[in-house]
Design a protein around this ligand. Sequence first.
Ligand SMILES: C[S@@+](CC[C@H](N)C(=O)[O-])C[C@H]1O[C@@H](n2cnc3c(N)ncnc32)[C@H](O)[C@@H]1O
Ligand code: SF4
Length: 379
Amino acid sequence: MKEIGIYVHIPFCKQKCLYCDFCSFSQKESLQKEYVDAVIKEIENCNINKSDCAIRTVYFGGGTPSYIEAPYIEKILESVRAKFDINPDAEITIEVNPGTASFEKLNTYYQIGINRLSIGLQSTNDQLLSVIGRIHTYDEFKGTYDMARKIGFSNINVDLMIGLPTQSIDDVEDSLNKIIKLNPEHVSVYSLIVEENTKMKELIDSGKLVLPDENLERQMYWTVKNTLQKNGYNHYEISNFAKNGYESKHNSDCWNQHEYIGFGLSAHSYYNSIRYSNICDLDEYIENIKIRQIEQNITVHEVQDAKSKMDEYVILKLRMMEGLNLDNFFKLFNVDFRETYKNKIEKLIKSNLIALDCNNIKLTDKGIDFANIVWEEFV
Ligand SMILES: C[S@@+](CC[C@H](N)C(=O)[O-])C[C@H]1O[C@@H](n2cnc3c(N)ncnc32)[C@H](O)[C@@H]1O
Ligand code: SF4
């Protein structure tokens, strides 16, 4: 039987961070109960069942899943368990914002079988946290982290960001040193993307906030990479670092083109070679489920044929540091990678953006800095 992942989106945040364009809302607390009921109905009515697949990972993402009351998360997880068979060793993750987590909430997560926390910190510099609109300080993060360890969580990810306005190399080094001392199993480090229609974009365009220049941002990235690797973290994906055996199964499965189904607002799914997602209109999503027009929430983005599946596979594999294995590619698609992409590969190798290393095609150091250029070749 095939094994798939499940993603559940919780679109509520206490306050919107300046840089964030995820499908999430503040001041919509009054809709939380109705939303959770709608998500449960969506799960119950899903036409994929336990006879079709087993569940390898469950991921509560957001928004801020830790913002809503823990019994809501419990109810959703119960409905997933009723609908599907979750593998006994499944990875079950919840994203946590330190400004919203209490001992009771974390303890409930632990009791109901959630075994991985992903905590959004971004930086250990309180001044910087306030510049980007975070609702917590470093001390509050530390309190959340210590509580989680005390409760028994043994698989914790910490999210950091680089390339932030006013951020310096010293800030990045300080964040890394403090985090390394705490010894989380996994660290994700994202370069800021200035998204359209965010407060951050407005402030940058009006000159009220200034971004570090590209060289400095790249210097931050290499500081992160070298420091984490030196301290026992395996750099397995362009933005992700893990102690051995703690690579995120949920994320790795997405990058390995495995199937997953998403529930809730804006949740994406990949099943039977079709990529589709739910809308990001909270009222409409809830209403469509109430009137039993659940399919009205869905937009199909892509029905993949062999070629588009292959192109996507290449892009996903070139996110991973181990790269694309030529034999595996042949086994999957029954064509030779170097023949199929001859011109593109020659061009990228000539520009020193990718290289062949022990039967694997991977990004070079230069390719890591210009990864977008590499991926765009295969779009
Ligand atoms: C859904 S959030 C994590 C959970 C929770 N909402 C929080 O922020 O603490 C996922 C992560 O995406 C990253 N992120 C969000 N917007 C970003 C952007 N515009 N550029 C780069 N990283 C971003 C942040 O590191 C954030 O922790
Ligand atoms: S980064 Fe997290 S907490 Fe901030 S607005 Fe986005 S989803 Fe909400």
